[in-house]
Design a protein around this ligand. Structure first.
Ligand code: SF4
Ligand code: SF4
Length: 248
């Protein structure tokens, strides 16, 4: 007698070219989300009341609902979770209005963050596509500890931002000179980060797995950033050697 169940071994859309996903892969993705220490703090149950979605700014503009995300996780809908990670989770603005309003103390925005991290860990195409336009920001952030500098906000660097970018075009060099703090007078950095701080940040990126994640989603950017890190570490060692020589 055939005791097979209705649970499919492979999940796929019959009219799509995308290859089917094995049940093992779906389970691994969910287990990675569930294994995060934050998961149990951010998901305590769900009334399906929709308060989170009613207050969510992203839900007003996109095909996205924090209530739906929480329900998928709460009911352990593996296929739905994987599907949401292909597009929907990238709509969240991480404002955490939902977390402030949920009567169960859930944090839908926090759960979305976990799902994003797991999407990156698994090298999902959605993560690669979403993060590609931000490669310059990641380069800056990871290599210096700095984020956007004013000289990066120009139409050449952010073509995907469309015509609205002209609104932020301004005589930046002149405007920055008006800022009282000398470290903010430049347009080349958002603020000055000294060499020691940058090098210490590299240890944090390595120990926390940020660099491994970067290598998974963008190998070229990873190579560029590790070259910069090597150079700055050498500069820091040279500086320390010079200090030692001066002390002798
Ligand atoms: S996550 Fe909270 S606010 Fe959103 S539907 Fe569930 S119980 Fe309601
Ligand atoms: S954190 Fe995300 S899901 Fe929550 S309200 Fe803000 S945009 Fe919506």
């Amino acid at each position: 007698m055939d005791h097979s169940t209705r649970v499919q071994d492979f999940i796929g859309d019959p009219v799509s070219d995308s290859p089917p996903i094995s049940r093992d892969d779906l389970e691994e993705v969910f287990q990675d989300i569930q294994a995060d220490l934050r998961f149990d703090h951010e998901l305590n149950g769900c009334l399906n009341c929709g308060i989170c979605t009613a207050t969510c700014p992203a839900a007003h503009y996109y095909d996205f609902s924090p209530r739906e995300i929480v329900q998928l996780l709460w009911t352990e809908n593996l296929e739905g979770i994987y599907d949401a990670m292909q597009e929907k989770i990238w709509s969240c603005a991480q404002c955490y209005t939902c977390a402030a309003r949920c009567p169960f103390g859930n944090s839908p925005g926090g759960l979305v963050m976990l799902m994003r991290e797991v999407a990156i860990k698994h090298g999902m195409q959605s993560a690669k596509d979403v993060l590609r336009p931000f490669s310059r920001v990641m380069l800056k952030l990871i290599s210096t500890g700095n984020q956007l500098s004013p000289d990066m906000i120009n139409p050449d660097h952010f073509a995907d931002w469309g015509p609205n970018l002209t609104k932020v075009e301004a005589p930046l060099k002149l405007l920055r000179k008006a800022i009282p703090m000398a470290t903010l007078n430049t347009t080349e950095t958002a603020w000055e980060v000294n060499l020691k701080t940058s090098v210490e940040l590299y240890t944090i990126w390595e120990m926390t797995g940020v660099l491994d994640q970067l290598e998974t989603i963008d190998e070229n950017l990873f190579d560029v950033i590790t070259d910069i890190m090597d150079e700055k570490r050498e500069d820091w060692e040279d500086f320390q050697d010079e200090q030692d020589d001066d002390d002798d």
